[in-house]
Design a protein around this ligand. Structure first.
Ligand code: CP
Ligand code: NVA
Length: 308
């Protein structure tokens, strides 16, 4: 059977994604209740390879802790210390590492690079963020919505800000989790046209944050300058000045609306400090925590191990 990878949300069928979210919710409840059986170590003897070509706090800690809690272990690999950083082809790296470990996560720049990696890997490959997509974050976001408000199907989500990897993952999520997505982006910073066109039944785009947020059940934003765009920071701050998510904007959303941000957040830029810290709306800390459980559920699924 072909190896199952997770490079975008579209790699798994809708019902599998739904099961993963349910599994993640149960894994979290069990851990919070300290009910996880000490002898339930489904990843015992298994090894996760973690390739990071960009920085990370949440992704690294959630994958590494997540594997350890289930009895497995992880190897952190940075280009600084591996031959990948000295030009060894990604195809060769994938073939070698995947003969030694059981599952691999990759955080890199070009999405094509992780596709090439996956094509040459014998074991499941997980996208831990590329320039185009961040599907693991979406699993955590969907789990967070379910925990706070129930099913997201039929709801309206507003994306305000850059048409970046997170925005593009929200477009895929609209399809897979069955919600409407309204995007507000400055001109010149829109998500891929092909992706918008493929999802025009569920996704609309404009440049007015107020119109996007009007009545929305979930409002989401992200940094204006993603990793690799540090030199554009100044220019982006000018172009995105109208796109801050704050209490004034949230007041236009549904009265039960939630605010999410994958973090790291830049207070006073894409989100006001007051909104980020306001527990009436902001669920960003739960969202970060859920990376742990959503990825545990994902790894168990890709390795064919059931969650009791
Ligand atoms: N949200 C997220 O992926 O954070 P890190 O960059 O810290 O991993
Ligand atoms: N869009 C951001 C997400 C960080 C988790 C970036 O790519 O830097």
């Amino acid at each position: 059977m072909a190896v199952q990878h997770f490079l975008t949300l579209r790699d798994l069928p809708r019902n599998t994604l739904k099961t993963l979210i349910d599994d993640a919710v149960r894994l979290k409840k069990a851990r919070h209740a300290r009910a996880a059986a000490a002898d339930w170590l489904p990843l015992r003897g298994l090894v996760l390879g973690m390739i990071f070509e960009k920085s990370s706090t949440r992704t690294r800690v959630s994958f590494e802790a997540g594997v350890s809690q289930l009895g497995g272990s992880a190897i952190f690999l940075s280009p600084k210390d591996t031959q990948l950083g000295r030009g060894e082809p990604v195809e060769d790296t994938a073939r070698v590492i995947s003969r030694m470990v059981d599952i691999i996560m990759v955080r890199t720049f070009e999405h094509e690079k992780i596709e090439t990696f996956a094509q040459h890997s014998r074991v499941p490959v997980i996208n831990a963020l590329t320039d185009d997509f961040h599907p693991c974050q979406l699993l955590a976001d969907m789990q967070t919505f379910v925990e706070h408000r129930g099913d997201i199907a039929g709801k309206t989500v507003a994306w305000v800000g850059d048409g970046n990897n997170m925005c593009q993952s929200y477009i895929n999520a609209a399809q897979q989790f069955d919600f409407q997505l309204r995007i507000a982006c400055p001109d010149g910073f829109r998500p891929m046209t092909s992706l918008l066109e493929a999802h025009s039944d569920r996704v609309s785009i404009g440049s007015d944050p107020a119109a996007a947020v009007d009545g929305a059940h979930l409002v989401v934003t992200d940094t204006w300058a993603s990793m690799g765009q540090e030199e554009e920071k100044k220019l982006r701050e000018e172009k995105f000045a109208r796109f801050q998510v704050n209490h004034d904007l949230m007041a236009r959303a549904h009265d039960q609306a939630l605010f999410m941000h994958c973090l790291p957040a830049y207070r006073g830029h894409e989100v006001s400090a007051e909104l980020l810290e306001d527990p009436r709306y902001s669920v960003v800390w739960d969202e970060a925590e859920n990376r742990l459980y959503a990825q545990q559920a994902l790894m168990l699924h890709l390795l064919g191990l059931p969650v009791p």
